[in-house]
Design a protein around this ligand. Structure first.
Ligand SMILES: O=C(O)CCC(=O)C(=O)O
Ligand SMILES: [Fe+2]
Length: 239
């Protein structure tokens, strides 16, 4: 019997391709209900349990860094805790990192009204970002980069805006190719989202145009592969 249900329409291990968001440039995969409610609860508990100094407060969000600090000379890799390893391995096994295994996780926490400025994730990572969302939905907005040659008309954030994705709690989002390397992404610091025609993945979310969704606190696990690492045992002078 065909076991796929509407609650989990994408049997990703078998066919990640069914989860491609066709309305966006290459490539976005959106997988609703990637984790269960029990897993979501467990992951939120683990994030909460991290010691206070593990948090860095930024303007508009706070974050935890796991796996080491990526830098151009190479990341001094630290072992990921088991509660994260389960998911880095599961997502890597889908082929998200071209056969490599994710070794870095950023945990971002956004209260309602908080967000992140449009940005690129940059060259220190293998050009794929995978995100598990916990606790709340958000809208992730995408922008064209500032065009250097087209200097006559001022390019505002509004004029560079391209599309949005509804990213629901418990979902997995994968961005690669141009959606990683070329376009920028950001999250508006608002307390509610009115879904417009620009939200291109509504058909796989159960939500509808014109719906208003209230944000609560969202925790995202941003899982990536840092190719350039420094082995700690080399630094310690061991073989
Ligand atoms: O919270 C998110 O989903 C986005 C986080 C992000 O863009 C980043 O950490 O680079
Ligand atoms: Fe980012």
């Amino acid at each position: 019997m065909y076991m796929t249900t509407m609650a989990n329409p994408c049997n990703i291990a078998a066919d990640l391709n069914k989860c491609i968001v066709k309305e966006a440039p290459p490539t976005i995969y959106y997988v609703p209900n990637f984790i269960t409610e029990a897993e979501e609860e467990y992951l939120l508990q683990q994030v909460c349990r991290a010691p206070k100094p593990k948090w860095t407060q930024l303007s508009g969000r706070r974050l935890q860094n796991w796996g080491g600090l990526p830098n151009p000379k190479g990341m001094l890799a630290e072992k990921l805790p088991d509660w994260l390893l389960k998911y880095t391995e599961k997502i890597s096994a889908l082929g998200a990192f071209a056969g490599k295994t994710a070794n870095h996780v950023l945990v971002n926490e956004y209260k309602p009204g908080e967000g992140i400025m449009p940005h690129e994730d940059g060259p220190l990572y293998h050009p794929t970002v995978t995100t598990i969302s916990l606790g709340s939905h958000t809208l992730l907005d995408f922008y064209k980069p500032v065009c250097q040659t087209q200097s006559e008309t001022p390019q505002t954030e509004e004029s560079r805006y391209m599309l949005s994705l509804l990213v629901q709690r418990r979902s997995l989002l994968i961005l690669q190719d141009d959606m990683y390397k070329f376009y920028l992404h950001g999250i508006h610091g608002v307390c509610e989202d009115v879904l417009s025609e620009n939200v291109v993945n509504l058909s796989s979310t159960g939500a509808q145009v014109c719906n208003t969704l209230l944000r609560s606190t969202r925790v995202s696990l941003t899982i990536r592969h840092v190719p350039k690492v420094i082995r700690t045992n080399l630094l310690l002078g061991k073989k």
